[in-house]
Every structure is written in C-alpha cells, then in structure tokens.
Ligand binder design. Structure first.
Ligand code: UDP
Length: 325
C-alpha cells in the first residue's frame, strides 16, 4: 500500500509513519516542519520506501502527483496546540482550512479515489452538554469572540468539506475527532499537558496545574490511536462518517498531576496557576472532555492496549533515558 501522510513529522503523524513502514508499506510525508520535527522520521531517511518533502501543502507543487500516487491519505497537517492557536488565530484559519480544501479538491480532480482520513478534534464539542460527547451531539462554538475557538471552527470546516466531498463526489473520506492523544514525541511547547507534567516531574520542577485542576480529560495512547485509525480506514462503513477516536477513562488534571508525580517518584510540588497567568488572556477552559465511543467500537472492534499509567511510565522512562545520554 502507498500512504501519504500530511504533517507526518508531527506527533500522531510520525506514529502513523512508523506503523505503516513497519507493515512494509511505502510512505510519503509532507510537512512544513513548523511544529513537526524531522527527527521524528529520521530513522527512515535511508529507507527506499520512505520519502519526505519539506513543504506547506497549501502551496506545494507536488501535491497533485503525491495524491495520484497514494492509496491512502492521512491529512494530519494543521496548526495545533492551545498556545499557538491563541498566538496566531489567523494562521490557524488559513492553514487548517485552505490545506484541507486544496487536498480534497485535488483528490477529486485526480479522478482516482484514495481512502482519506481527516484529522478533526474533540475541540468542536466545546463545553458540551452531555457527560460523554457523541457524534450526534451539536457542535458548540461559544459566542464570546475568543481566539481559542478558531481551531474548532477550522476543524468543523474540515469535517464539512470531508462530508460534502464524500456525499457529492463519492470520495471515501472519514473525519476523526481526536480526544487528547498522548505518547512519545508529543511536545509540551505548545501547551499539551502530559509532556509538560512529565518534564516537570522528572526535573523536580513544580508541576503546573492551570485553574483549580478539577477539569477533566480522557487520554488515549497514540499507539492505540494509530491502530484504530488503520481499522477505521479499512472499514467501508466509516466512509462519509465522523468518528470519535480516544479512550473514555476520565481523569481530573489534579489527579493527573498526582499520578505523574507518583509514577516518576518525583519530589516536585504541585502548584495551581490562574488561567490568565498561564495563557496570557481571559481563557475559557473545557471543564470535561470525554468521548462516547459506541460508534468507534462498532466500526473498529478495537480494544485499547495501553492504560494511562503504562503510558506515563513509558514517557517517564524515555525522559530519564534521554537525560542520561
Ligand atoms: N494544563 C495544565 N497545566 C499545563 C498545561 C495544561 O493544567 O501545564 C491543563 C489545561 O488548562 C487543560 C488540560 O490541562 O485543562 C489539558 O490541556 P491540553 O492543552 O493538553 O489539552 P486540551 O485543553 O486541548 O484538552
């Protein structure tokens, strides 16, 4: 199989590269390296089945030929991370909307129908009104003109393009709403909580909980994520659908801080920081974010292999190993 991964040097994208290369597939990556890192795929650089192009897919001249070559496309390229979303809301809209629009337009014009998975996000549920967010729930964009929602708006627009090209042009597209994916190579630079807590715990710095820490998330190991994505792509019934992808074990951010501290045997203190100080403006955090996974299980039959404790242990071990190199 020939697999094109946009944003393939990023966190989830590079795990998809590993997954497909390990299956013996041919993999082509395009990434502008704005947040992705070439080190994430460097172990394949001399492999004839791997090809990397540094480019922005909004303008990349080879996108037509790459799309025509591919049997499957994962569209992972996007501006991500709360810090980046707040810092440059216009770039979020431009990059995230235009890249998906161009990719799908070219896929349609190519006349061949590669299987396409589009990365969307649980951010589209906003504060949500249900205990576990389901694909049949309304998406929520809060009325306050807040730069944070530009990310959700860009992802809703990607989903809308995906649904429309699937329904009107017959392209085999599935959009996936990721819920707090975690694992190796995830950077804490752009806000993601778990790599930040691990770094803080291992280096005995205060663990920084934002707000009162009672907000909760459901974290999914990226190794589970990529296997589930492959199953979704192989499942014809997921074409033209939007599917939650995650793990529904919920934990508060206070408990997450405690758990990281315990697993790392860390002396770090746990400190609470007001949102304004953390994000530099009045910030609306999501209080609860948990997926309803009925559709996910029905379409993939997937059973998760990694519990959060194991993921944290793995990340602590990796962090310590890097530090002693
Ligand atoms: N968070 C935190 N300390 C940090 C970074 C994030 O307490 O150093 C909180 C953040 O405010 C949010 C949760 O952890 O409530 C998850 O944040 P992340 O940016 O990882 O994901 P998202 O908010 O997009 O679910």
């Amino acid at each position: 199989m020939k697999v094109l991964i946009t944003g393939g040097c990023g966190f989830i994208g590079s795990h998809l590269v590993d997954y497909h290369m390990n299956k013996g597939h041919s993999v082509r990556v395009v990434d502008d390296l704005s947040t992705g890192r070439i080190e994430n795929v460097a172990h394949f650089k001399d492999n004839p089945k791997f090809r990397f192009d540094e480019a922005d897919i909004v303008t990349w001249p080879d996108l037509e030929s790459a799309v025509s070559w591919a049997d499957r496309i994962y569209h992972m390229a996007a501006v991500v991370g709360v810090y980046r979303v707040i810092a440059d809301p216009i770039q979020v809209l431009n990059t995230n909307i235009l890249s998906c629009e161009r990719l799908l337009r070219i896929a349609d014009q190519s006349g061949h129908k590669p299987r396409i998975l589009i990365a969307s996000s649980s951010e589209v549920y906003g504060q949500g009104l249900t205990a576990a967010f389901s694909e049949t729930d309304d998406v929520l964009i809060e009325p306050a003109a807040h730069s944070r929602w530009n990310y959700a708006i860009s992802k809703v627009s990607n989903e809308a393009f995906g649904l429309s090209y699937a329904q009107n042009k017959g392209l085999p597209i599935t959009s996936v709403r990721f819920f707090n994916t975690v694992g190796s190579r995830q950077s804490g630079r752009y806000g993601m909580v778990l790599p930040r807590f691990i770094e803080q715990a291992v280096s005995a710095k205060p663990i920084t909980v934002y707000g009162d820490g009672q907000q909760s998330r459901s974290f999914c190991d990226v190794r589970d994520t990529v296997e589930a994505l492959d199953r979704l792509a192989n499942q014809a019934a997921s074409v033209g659908e939007i599917v939650n992808v995650g793990n529904d074990t919920e934990i508060s951010i206070n408990s997450l801080a405690e758990l990281v501290k315990e697993i790392a045997h860390s002396d770090s203190s746990i400190t609470h920081i007001p949102y304004e100080e953390a994000y530099g403006e009045v910030f609306v955090d999501i209080q609860r974010r948990k997926p309803n996974l009925e559709k996910f299980y029905r379409l993939t039959g997937y059973q998760h292999r990694w519990a959060l404790k194991e993921t944290i242990q793995d990340l602590v071990d990796r962090k310590r190993a890097n530090k002693t190199k």
